[in-house]
Design a protein around this ligand. Structure first.
Ligand SMILES: *[C@@H]1O[C@H](CO)[C@@H](O)[C@H](O)[C@H]1NC(C)=O
Ligand SMILES: *[C@@H]1O[C@H](CO)[C@@H](O)[C@H](O)[C@H]1NC(C)=O
Ligand SMILES: [Cu+2]
Length: 162
């Protein structure tokens, strides 16, 4: 009885969920998944995808410094979408900085969700070219601000030409 009460007192009241979002899976200009619904306290781990060493050696996939080097950075839903600005668009935005797997270090960035508002992110690489190519991610999108519309806004962004 005493042990049970002690354990309950020490246990966190709310344990957030953890989500993993892969950047550049199979060398695509993608976030996988590209949409998440998450609650306050949940953690999103953005991680640069790394092929297993055995597959890497045999892989014919290109290994340029940009195709395996991405960011997760919040930006505007519309208007100036690409490239996302350094530091990300806030409030409560984020910017992972460049996560390169060229050295096989499995770089990651953890974002703890602090509100349930929609947040839209893309990749800063190549002066916004990855963003315009549709490499985008939506956290808690809404009926008014959908993932699909955000991706269209990025792909038709007037600032960066493809
Ligand atoms: C990742 O990309 C950025 C921006 O293009 C560049 O400055 C940086 O050197 C790259 N990192 C690696 C390890 O290639
Ligand atoms: C992010 O969280 C994961 C899982 O807890 C951890 O393995 C990883 O090292 C963290 N990344 C950073 C940059 O702290
Ligand atoms: Cu990118």
């Amino acid at each position: 009885m005493f042990k049970a009460i002690l354990f309950a007192a020490l246990a966190p009241v709310v344990l957030g969920a953890t989500f993993v979002v892969q950047l550049g899976l199979n060398n695509g200009l993608t976030f996988t998944p590209n949409t998440l619904v998450a609650d306050i306290g949940d953690v999103i781990t953005f991680i640069e995808f790394v092929l297993l060493p055995s597959r890497l050696l045999n892989s014919a996939l290109p290994r340029s410094s940009v195709s395996r080097n991405h960011t997760s950075t919040t930006t505007n839903f519309d208007g100036a979408v690409c490239p996302p600005p350094d530091g990300g668009v806030g409030p409560n935005g984020w910017d992972s900085g460049f996560l390169s797997d060229l050295d096989g270090s499995l770089p990651s960035f953890n974002y703890t969700v602090v509100d349930t508002l929609p947040h839209f992110a893309s990749c800063k690489q190549a002066a916004g070219a990855h963003c315009v190519a549709g490499m985008v991610f939506a956290l808690n999108p809404t009926a008014e601000q959908t993932f699909e519309q955000f991706q269209t806004n990025a792909e038709t962004n007037p600032i960066v030409t493809k």
